[in-house]
Write a protein that binds this ligand. Structure first.
Ligand code: C2E
Ligand code: CA
Ligand code: CA
Ligand code: CA
Length: 277
């Protein structure tokens, strides 16, 4: 079902508590929350620049406090990663993302779902079981899944996650290089991993209309991605000006507040329908 987004018209439910001070959650809280299932997943639309149709969503983790307020990843990801809890969190996020995907599919909305993986998880074989069992249980098509990995982290050591990423790709799962432009990749290294998508970091999108360096970075990232046959995604598009610039440069997909903010899975169908033609 091709669905058209009416851009810039979406007012959403509040994502986070207003001006919540960014204090790290304590390890105790994080452990308790993980075992009590207070991990939440929001989904942000990715639309085609050509026709504004909904192509997919990115799953973004949130933390629900006991008072119901939602906490952004910056307040707990470091705690999760530094205390060996990342596999457990990724498992919960991935399961929720895949089950949302199955539910949307039943409702007639077949879209790609991207999940962020920390590079550490991609050096352990258990991650393959985690991915495989969720796919089997929900009966989703691996071709509709994308795993996003941050460029800067992957470039620290390309060899360690190479085999697992290659195996995931062989299952049909797409592989996305996230936050591109922040990690100083070398072509040589980049080409070793069978990536399918390149996400240009918001810093370059936001800077491009006024800053020549950001614009040059944006243009060369798009050119590189095209040479490598990758789908290009611009993240963090907030304004009409940015949208037009991105379209001019030939970027394939846009994700950003200009299109829609991240939202709970239950809201996505309504969003898609409201914005469908
Ligand atoms: P990211 O992967 O680059 O995700 C995009 C971030 O940009 C999200 O922040 C999203 O809410 C925000 N964003 C989207 N559009 C706009 C826009 O137009 N303007 C602005 N200013 N921001 C926009 P969020 O959800 O706070 O996530 C932050 C980071 O946390 C993510 O950056 C990702 O690196 C990490 N993260 C999120 N969920 C997960 C997860 O499940 N696992 C892991 N390992 N990392 C995650
Ligand atoms: Ca991402
Ligand atoms: Ca990103
Ligand atoms: Ca980013």
């Amino acid at each position: 079902v091709p669905l058209k987004a009416v851009l810039g018209t979406y007012t959403q439910r509040q994502t986070f508590a207003p001006r919540a001070p960014l204090e790290l959650l304590s390890l105790e809280d994080v452990k308790a929350g993980l075992s009590e299932g207070r991990i939440n997943v929001f989904f942000q639309p990715k639309v085609s620049v050509a026709d504004r149709s909904l192509i997919g969503v990115e799953a973004l983790v949130r933390w629900r406090k006991l008072d119901g307020n939602l906490i952004p990843p910056a307040a707990f990801l470091p705690v999760v990663e530094e205390n060996g809890l990342i596999d457990e969190m990724t498992d919960q996020v991935f399961q929720k993302a895949v089950s949302a995907m199955a539910a949307w599919s039943l409702a007639g909305l077949s879209i790609k779902v991207a999940v962020n993986f920390s590079v550490e998880s991609l050096t352990r074989y258990e991650v393959l079981d985690l991915v495989h069992s969720a796919i089997e249980r929900e009966g989703v098509d691996p071709q509709n899944l994308i795993i996003e990995v941050t460029e800067s982290r992957i470039m620290e050591d390309v060899t360690a996650p190479l085999e697992i990423l290659t195996r995931l790709r062989m299952k049909g799962i797409g592989l996305s290089i996230d936050d591109f432009g922040t990690g100083a990749s070398s072509m040589q290294q980049l080409k070793r991993i069978p990536f399918t998508e390149l996400k240009i970091d918001r810093a370059f999108v936001a800077g491009a209309p006024t800053d020549d360096e950001a614009r040059a970075m944006l243009e060369s990232s798009v050119a590189l991605a095209k040479r490598l046959g990758l789908t290009t995604v611009a993240e963090g598009v907030e304004t009409k000006e940015e949208w037009h610039l991105i379209a001019e440069l030939g970027v394939d997909v846009v994700q950003g507040y200009f299109v829609a903010r991240p939202m709970p899975s239950e809201d996505l169908l309504a969003w898609a329908q409201r914005n469908g033609d």
